[in-house]
Write a protein that binds this ligand. Structure first.
Ligand SMILES: [Mg+2]
Length: 386
């Protein structure tokens, strides 16, 4: 089998309402899908992390840089292809956009392999450790509205009502404002519901320390990206000073990048983003390091149904470490803010929200060959902007 063509599809539409996080607000929803075609008629799908102009630039990397490097190669040679593309791009970017671009291609190769062997991808990864995956409902994004606290109150209550096992909210408005926001959500969901907060690296270590002590009093489960991803010392200081879990990893890339984060115990919970860090091939190497250092993993998930579906396979195949009769199960992160690329993209929708509601917070692992994330071609054409 040979790779014959790699096409990148950037999809976009205008959101009804602006959404934001600690770094910016945005009005367009983007998804960047990668389609790898073969001479045997098998097509694989993947996704690259990064919206807006980043997606358009990554499209050029996928089609103009990576495609010529690997065209004609056997798509089943995933590790060989990964190393060839990485080695040729190394001098031009060991993190960031080249690696995001490679991620989408690599994920599509795993989809091809699953379809070729007629097996779900989690089977190729070593099998399923669980039949059901617990799901947490992420919501409460920042908005420039006067009634933000009211909205967070309503949204978090809806996430509890929808059946999710836990919830996550954005912060990053300032120390005082964040404490009030988190208190609002804690009051809305009650004292026992698991709540996580995500600062998207808006703070200095000292500010994060102050916030962390307050979050501990409120029983917050994890504090995500408190400081800049490059600030390993800041991460370590927070882990040592605070009792609550420090989480991070979504802005780290490849096993080379994750090596120091894991080895230096910078996080209590590692959040690898498969659509950014280099794809499933590299994710496996990162998981092996996390396992050897006993660092729990809860994947970062963001994007279209392709990203969500991919992570369902990864979470099915993620071992419990250290292992026990009643282990804490890794959760699927599920964004609950409006996203047509999550709800309407696939020929066979994932129906996560309905399944969560029915089961009381879990979804069954996928069935069928590959990743099970084939997009509806008419939908792709309609929203494609390139
Ligand atoms: Mg985050």
């Amino acid at each position: 089998m040979k790779i014959t063509e790699i096409r990148s599809h950037v999809l976009q539409y205008d959101l009804d309402e602006e959404l934001g996080y600690s770094q910016q607000y945005y009005t367009k929803r983007t998804a960047h899908l990668v389609e790898v075609r073969t001479d045997e008629g098998i097509t694989g799908w993947g996704e690259c992390f990064g919206g807006g102009g980043i997606a358009l630039a990554n499209k050029t990397i996928v089609e103009q840089v990576i495609q010529p490097m690997i065209i004609g190669m056997n798509p089943l040679d995933r590790d060989v292809i990964w190393h060839k593309a990485y080695n040729l791009m190394r001098d031009h970017g060991q993190k960031g956009m080249p690696i995001q671009s490679l991620s989408g291609v690599d994920i599509a190769l795993w989809d091809i392999a699953g379809k070729y062997y007629n097996q779900p991808v989690y089977q190729l990864l070593g099998g399923a450790f669980r039949e059901e995956i617990p799901v947490y409902g992420y919501g409460m994004m920042l908005q420039r509205v006067p009634d933000l606290k009211e909205r967070f109150k309503t949204d978090s209550a809806q996430i509890v009502e929808a059946g999710f096992k836990a919830t996550k909210m954005k912060i990053g408005l300032g120390v005082k404002e964040d404490i009030e926001l988190v208190e609002t959500v804690r009051d809305a969901v009650g004292p026992d519901f698991q709540v996580m907060v995500d600062a998207n690296h808006a703070y200095t270590t000292r500010e994060a320390m102050t916030l962390g002590h307050e979050f501990e009093k409120m029983g917050i489960y994890w504090f995500e990206e408190p400081v800049a991803p490059e600030d390993h010392q800041g991460y370590r200081d927070l882990c040592e000073a605070l009792v609550l879990n420090i989480a991070g990893g979504e802005a780290e890339f490849t096993s080379f990048g994750f090596r120091d984060l894991i080895k230096n115990r910078c996080v209590d919970i590692l959040q690898p983003e498969v659509c950014a860090l280099g794809g499933i091939t590299e994710y496996q190497k990162i998981i092996a390091m996390a396992r050897a250092h006993f660092v729990p993993v809860v994947n970062h998930v963001w994007g279209s149904a392709v990203a969500v579906g991919t992570n369902m396979h990864l979470l099915a195949a993620l071992p419990d470490f250290p292992g026990a009769a009643h282990p804490v199960q890794p959760m699927l992160e599920y964004d609950t803010t409006p996203n047509r690329f999550r709800e309407e993209l696939l020929q066979k929708p994932l129906n996560i929200q309905e399944r969560v509601k029915q089961s009381g917070g879990t979804i069954p692992i996928p069935t069928g060959p590959g990743l099970g994330v084939d997009p509806d071609p008419d939908f792709v054409r309609h929203f494609e902007v390139n």
